[in-house]
Design a protein around this ligand. Structure first.
Ligand code: SAH
Length: 276
């Protein structure tokens, strides 16, 4: 497919609305742009210092871009995807710190609910509540989250053993167990969490949190406000403690792309998902 046909108007007809796919860092996109290049060619538009790549990936018309790091960057990118590229839905892929007691490096977390852990307008509003929105938690789209989790389960079932062989030395728990797929609360804030004290404080404040990162809940807020479905999938690169920066860096360089590639290939091949 010619990527220019993604934009309505070129032929006088409006094409299927694309899916927005984003990550913070290039390693987290895996082979998406290379696959787009082979499958349809890539049309790139630069806007607000970001490159938006339009084309088809595994049969799905997509706009793929990098949000960069943090809530403002993520919100601005989500807004452009919605208003300039008219995306039908939005999926974020990347890495995160494990917070839940059973969430280990190499596991995958699919966000069912997202919250900004650093929002605090007390005493005017309850802790974590977004002022004037009257809520602290934003739901991912159920059908999208379900389809992402199914893609993760298939990825682990089909490639888990190979992952263990390839990355076992870097991820000690691979010696005995395969990575697990968790679903639940993902928390976001403008902070790389990298100490036992910081992660324990998050556990105490939000006992159901599974993973911490820096973008997901900002995207979920923008998507909530514009009624655009969204979902977030995060591979655990570290456990947000003193080892976080070393663990994050080696995971990002060596492993993150393998997960994104394997998960998104399965997800995009079955898109659009039933129930939407
Ligand atoms: N550009 C820098 C910094 C990345 S910050 C670099 O490449 O080194 C970490 C990124 O990974 C963020 O996008 C965040 O969403 C995610 N992340 C992974 N582990 C995290 C943790 N322990 N705390 C917060 N964010 C984490």
């Amino acid at each position: 497919m010619n990527p220019s046909s993604l934009q309505s108007g070129a032929t006088g007809q409006s094409a299927a609305r694309p899916l927005g796919v984003l990550a913070a860092l290039p390693q987290e996109l895996g082979d998406l742009i290379a696959t787009m290049q082979t499958e349809s060619g890539v049309l790139t538009r630069t806007l607000g210092q970001r490159d938006y790549h339009l084309g088809t990936v595994h049969g799905t018309p997509c706009v793929v871009t990098l949000a960069r790091v943090g809530k403002v960057a993520a919100a601005a990118t989500a807004s452009a995807l919605i208003h300039v590229f008219d995306v039908d839905a939005l999926v974020f892929t990347g890495v995160a710190g494990g917070v839940g007691p059973d969430v280990h490096v190499g596991d995958v977390v699919v966000g069912e609910t997202l919250l900004q852990h650093d929002m605090n307008a007390e005493p005017l509003f309850p802790r974590h509540e977004i002022p004037l929105l009257a809520r602290s938690r934003f739901d991912a789209d159920r059908a999208l989250a379900q389809a992402l989790a199914a893609a993760c389960e298939r990825f682990v079932a089909e490639e888990g053993a190979a992952l263990a062989a390839r990355f076992g030395a870097a991820l000690p728990r691979f010696e005995t167990t395969l990575p697990r797929v968790h679903r639940g609360l993902v928390i976001s804030g403008d902070q790389f969490v990298a100490s036992a004290a910081a992660v324990n404080a998050l556990r105490a404040a939000l006992p159901d949190a599974l993973a911490v990162e820096m973008e997901g809940a900002a995207i979920a807020q923008v998507c909530h406000e514009y009624e655009v479905p969204c979902a977030v999938v995060r591979t655990i690169s570290d456990t947000a403690d003193e080892h976080a920066s070393t663990s994050f860096s080696s995971f990002l360089t060596d492993i993150a792309g393998t997960y994104s590639t394997g998960i998104l290939r399965r997800f995009l091949a079955s898109y659009p998902v039933a129930g939407r």
